[in-house]
Design a protein around this ligand. Structure first.
Ligand SMILES: *[C@@H]1O[C@H](CO)[C@@H](O)[C@H](O)[C@H]1NC(C)=O
Ligand SMILES: *[C@@H]1O[C@H](CO)[C@@H](O)[C@H](O)[C@H]1NC(C)=O
Ligand SMILES: [Cu+2]
Length: 164
């Protein structure tokens, strides 16, 4: 078989199994939680967000909140038109569809102080992350997903070599 065909077979096998992958709770900011003065853009660059994952915002009740907004509102730190506000201190937001999501804190000055998060949600079965190593070794989330996919690919290789 040509190597491209082999790759295609491996990817489809691996991705076929991915919908059964575990849901990951992704704690926004990791141990820093949800606060101003933290670079969530940099943080998000070391993560993989996939349909089926949960975003979890952790903070002291009353100190912050979480408001989903659009891209323009995100840029302008403008939540005046927002319809939904999360404020439990432990907000679990399921990522149900692919594409960009924008969140900011609506407490005065916090968004301007960096308390804003934009992510790109990948399909649950996306093979893309399997082809490139995790961006940063500090991300247990990426390493976990990367390792999981590599195990799937290796299992597929073994299955093919056994003629199954
Ligand atoms: C956050 O990090 C990104 C990527 O490293 C960088 O481009 C950006 O300027 C940083 N933002 C702030 C406010 O420091
Ligand atoms: C904030 O966003 C709303 C719509 O969501 C818009 O009507 C308003 O003009 C915006 N305000 C500023 C200052 O950009
Ligand atoms: Cu805040």
């Amino acid at each position: 078989m040509a190597s491209k065909q082999v790759l295609a077979v491996l990817l489809s096998l691996a991705t076929a199994l991915l919908p059964f992958a575990m849901t990951t709770d992704i704690i926004v900011g990791d141990e820093n939680g949800w606060m101003p003065g933290f670079n969530y853009t940099e943080w998000a660059a070391s993560k993989v967000f996939m349909v089926g994952d949960n975003l979890v915002f952790e903070y002291s009740v009353g100190d912050h909140n979480v408001i989903p907004v659009g891209g323009e509102e995100f840029k302008a730190c403008n939540a005046t038109g927002a319809t939904k506000v999360f404020n439990t201190g432990h907000d679990v937001i399921p990522l149900k569809t692919t594409g960009k999501r924008w969140y900011l804190c609506g407490i005065a000055g916090h968004c301007q102080g960096g308390q804003k998060l934009v992510i790109n949600v990948l399909p649950a079965a996306s093979p893309a992350p399997a082809l490139s190593p995790p961006a940063q070794t500090s991300s247990s989330n990426s390493i976990m997903k990367y390792t999981y996919r590599m195990v799937m690919v290796i299992a597929a290789v073994i299955a093919i070599m056994n003629g199954r």
